[in-house]
Design a protein around this ligand. Structure first.
Ligand code: BGC
Length: 260
C-alpha cells in the first residue's frame, strides 16, 4: 500500500487540505477548501481544520497530518504573524491544533512546505545543491534547502533592501495594489533576487505563488548567476509539502515532530 499523509495549507482567505500520495507527490483525492474563519484566531482555525478533516471521514483516520501556517514555527510555537489574527503571536499553535483536532499535528511554515514539495516532487526534484524557493503572494515566503535538507524559517521576504522590507516592494500583492507595469515590477524583482543571489550564491531559484502562472512575463528578464525557474506544484505545493513533512516527522518520532 502506497504511503499517504494528510496536508493542510492555511492561508488568509482559505484553508485547503487533501491526502497526498507520498510516492508521486500527487493529491490522492480532490482537495477540500473552506474559507478561513474571521477572526482567524488559532482556536477558530483549529476548529475549521477539524471540520475539514471530518469531510474525509475514515479516509484520513490513520494518516500523519501536516499543517502550514504563514509565519515561522519554532518548536510548535508561532512567534510572529503578519496575515492572520494577532492571537497567533507567541501561541503554542501545534498544541492548540492537537487538542482541538484530537490527533498529533505537525506544523511548519507555508513557504518551507512549498520548498520541500518542489525539491522532492517538482521543479527542483533531486537537486543536490542550494535551492531557494520563494513564494510571491500576499507576502514573500522563502525556503532554503541544501542537499534536500530544509533550513527552516528563513524569512527572506523580510530582508531589508534599500531601506524597505522586501515583501512590501516585491510581493505579488504589491504589483496589484500599486498597479505596477510588468516592467516596473521586474525592476523590483531584479533588485530582490540579485540581493539573494549575492548573499547566498544558490544554484537555483524556484518561484512559486499564483503569479508563477505568468512566469514568462517576468522570469526571462531577470539577470542572475543562479538559474531561476517557475514552481511546478502551483497551489498544491503547501498541501504536498506539509504531508511529506508530517510523514518524515512521524517516521523519526511517532509522538513528536522535529518542530514540536
Ligand atoms: C511571512 C512568512 C510567510 C510568507 C508567505 C511572510 O509575511 O513572514 O512566514 O512564509 O509571508 O505567506
Amino acid at each position: 500500500m502506497v504511503a499517504q499523509a494528510f496536508g493542510i495549507d492555511i492561508g488568509g482567505s482559505g484553508i485547503k487540505g487533501a491526502p497526498v500520495n507520498l510516492e508521486t507527490g500527487e493529491l490522492a483525492t480532490e482537495r477540500v477548501r473552506i474559507p478561513t474563519p474571521q477572526p482567524s484566531t488559532p482556536k477558530a482555525v483549529a476548529k475549521t481544520v477539524a471540520k475539514l478533516l471530518d469531510e474525509f471521514g475514515d479516509q484520513a483516520k490513520d494518516m500523519p497530518i501536516g499543517i502550514t501556517v504563514p509565519c515561522p514555527v519554532i518548536n510548535g510555537i508561532t512567534p510572529a504573524m503578519a496575515n492572520l489574527d494577532k492571537q497567533w503571536i507567541g501561541c503554542a499553535a501545534a498544541d492548540v491544533m492537537t487538542s482541538v483536532v484530537g490527533r498529533p499535528i505537525t506544523l511548519l511554515n507555508d513557504a518551507d512546505a512549498a520548498g520541500l514539495a518542489e525539491v522532492y516532487f517538482g521543479a527542483a526534484k533531486g537537486h543536490k545543491g542550494l535551492v531557494i524557493v520563494t513564494t510571491l503572494g500576499t507576502g514573500i515566503g522563502s525556503a532554503l534547502i541544501y542537499g534536500g535538507v530544509l533550513i527552516p524559517n528563513s524569512e527572506l521576504g523580510h530582508l531589508e533592501i534599500d531601506g524597505f522590507d522586501a515583501e512590501k516592494r516585491a510581493a505579488a500583492s504589491i504589483r496589484t495594489n500599486e498597479d505596477l507595469s510588468w516592467k516596473a515590477y521586474i525592476k523590483r524583482l531584479q533588485r530582490y533576487y540579485e540581493t539573494l543571489d549575492f548573499l547566498f550564491s544558490p544554484d537555483m531559484f524556484v518561484v512559486g505563488g499564483g503569479i508563477s502562472r505568468d512566469a514568462d512575463k517576468f522570469l526571462p528578464f531577470l539577470k542572475l548567476n543562479a538559474s531561476i525557474v517557475p514552481a511546478q506544484l502551483r497551489n498544491q505545493a503547501g498541501i504536498v509539502g506539509a504531508a511529506w513533512y508530517a510523514h518524515q516527522a512521524q517516521a523519526s518520532s511517532p509522538t513528536r515532530s522535529p518542530q514540536g
